[in-house]
Design a protein around this ligand. Structure first.
Ligand code: LFR
Length: 432
């Protein structure tokens, strides 16, 4: 029996799981979970990368014997190394205000296919004081992989979120990287490629952008599906073979991110459960009881994608301002869920209209798939059946790509998805 270890770092929590593919099933078991979040240091927001690395090492020790290790995390953020390979400062969090003034640039979409997000790596680099001292840039999963193996490389799916990859060639764009120090960017690896060894165990590149791994584990039985990878963000879209680079698509802020096996993740970022997470943090309250009350509460619909919601801080006050009224806590929770459901509906409709791909079902994967009220409201808003689960799609996608690389799983994304469908509990929500 071949086991692999998947390291999956989300913006609010991380985990190391042990995964096994055998007898037409994929099975994962948590071996280590830990909290993650922004750390304020000296007026800016950072990730505590050494602490995360420590948790990764603990998790890998607890995972026991495995045939491969794979790492994924949120996208766009990076560490810079000096010429001796030392980390220059703790990586800055994409919610830091240093990119607040970033503006979309003419002609960019046609080159990199990315929706405008002020935090995309290319805009962070424009505000990066350490750049002149830097010899190498490594995205977060690649940085952890470097610490484990001593080998540098950049995994492709995550690289596409930097804004520096040419969407047509899938390679670093000479034009977009022209002003960066030579040698800063490292060679690309594809999901499934070897990425060095840690204590004799192969490290395997996976869809190291967490959303790319999550999409691998969407338990779809046919091609006519939309997905919502629902966690801190809701990533809402469809899977395509080719990018959509039209002016309408750019105006609708749809992105063409690179997926596993050469697919395109054509999607929009919706602000997601971050809105709720920050409410709960402000209130110092638990979600479950509030969700119960939110079921019967009346909400107001606001635009969850307003950039005012991006930074951490007093979220309830910002939501009340957006809704133009004061509300009880259950009303605020309900407003968030109603607004996310409406934003999910708009993104599913726009993805179909702009790509020409029609869908019959919406898959909600990720932690948000546990939120039954949100799943039902999304089904109602979309007028489509929602299939909810698996909650640990990202870790599963990470495991599956490794399992295929070591020969424990075979086939295309369709085959990998069948394993998920046949072994993970799923819930169905029909539109009311
Ligand atoms: C989700 C995610 C999104 C990306 C955002 C910032 O965890 O990776 O796909 O847009 O975080 O990195």
């Amino acid at each position: 029996m071949t086991a692999v270890a998947a390291v999956d770092l989300g913006a609010s929590s991380g985990r190391v799981v042990r995964g096994v593919v055998a007898d037409g099933n994929v099975h994962i078991e948590d071996v280590h979970r830990f909290a993650n979040g922004p750390v304020h240091v000296d007026g800016s927001l950072h990730w505590d990368l050494p602490a995360l690395y420590h948790e990764v090492l603990t998790g890998l020790r607890l995972a026991g014997p495995v045939s491969s290790i794979g790492i994924d995390s949120w996208a766009v953020d990076y560490g810079l190394l000096d010429e001796s390979g030392e980390l220059l400062g703790n990586p800055v969090h994409y919610r830091d205000s240093r990119t607040a003034g970033a503006e979309p640039r003419e002609g960019l979409y046609e080159l990199n296919g990315l929706q405008f997000q002020p935090f995309n790596t290319m805009f962070q680099l424009m505000a990066e004081p350490l750049l002149p001292q830097a010899s190498r840039l490594l995205l977060i999963p690649d940085l952890l992989s470097y610490w484990l193996t001593g080998r540098c490389g950049t995994e492709y799916t995550n690289a596409t979120t930097t804004g520096l990859i040419d969407v047509r060639t899938g390679q670093w764009s000479p034009e977009l990287t022209r002003d960066l120090p030579p040698g800063l960017l490292t060679d690309l690896r594809r999901p499934g490629d070897p990425a060095g060894t840690f204590k004799g165990i192969p490290v395997t590149a996976v869809g190291s952008h967490d959303t790319a791994s999550a999409v691998v584990a969407v338990p779809a039985s046919h091609d006519r599906f939309a997905y919502i990878s629902c966690g801190t963000w809701s990533l809402v879209g469809v899977e395509l073979d080719f990018p959509v680079l039209t002016a309408e698509s750019r105006a609708a802020n749809f992105t063409n991110e690179g997926g596993v096996d050469g697919t395109i993740r054509y999607l929009r970022n919706v602000m997601g459960l971050w809105l709720l997470q920050e409410c709960l943090r402000t209130w110092d309250a638990a979600l479950e009881p509030l969700l119960q009350e939110a079921g019967a509460a009346t909400g107001s619909v606001f635009d969850p994608n307003d950039p005012v919601f991006l930074p951490p801080g007093d979220m309830p006050a910002r939501i009340e301002r957006a809704c133009g009224r004061t509300m009880t806590r259950p009303e605020i929770v309900r407003s968030v869920l109603d607004s996310l459901a409406a934003a999910h509906r708009d993104a599913v409709a726009d993805a179909q209209r702009l790509s020409g791909k029609e869908v019959e079902v919406v898959h909600i994967v990720g932690g948000g798939s546990r939120n039954e009220l949100l799943c039902q409201l999304t089904a109602d808003a979309c007028g489509l059946p929602v299939i909810a689960g698996p909650a640990e799609a990202t870790a599963l996608g990470n495991v599956l790509v490794q399992a295929r690389a070591v020969g424990a799983a075979q086939g295309t994304l369709r085959d990998l998805r069948k394993l998920v469908r046949e072994s993970q509990p799923l819930r169905r929500h029909l539109p009311r």
